[in-house]
Design a protein around this ligand. Sequence first.
Ligand code: FES
Length: 125
Amino acid sequence: MTATAKPVWLDIGPITQIEPGMAATLPVEGGEEIAVFHTMGGEFYALVNKCPHKQGPLSQGIVHGDSVSCPLHNWRISLKSGKALGDDEGCTPTIPLKVDAGRIYLLREAVVPGKAPPLASALAA
Ligand code: FES
């Protein structure tokens, strides 16, 4: 008999750490740096902090609506799907995120697949 493992959510801090229209980064020991975005509409999204074009730091891009413009060559990346928009092609991995009682949580196994607790530090705005 097997039991389905319950998802483990990592508390990465209060929502107030990230101003609307901004992003913060989360260094991950043994994994990819994550960018956490707060849209002007009040939504939160997490993506690996690498543009699918040439790995530009998406956390330094401009957030508009539910997309971000890469600071290097201005590709627009969907915060919902991680996909490049318009004529560009490519996809950045998304990290499942939830907000509960004013705090942000990331799905642990998506942060560092198959590894133990991965967080190196808290969010850096
Ligand atoms: S690296 Fe992001 S658009 Fe080129």
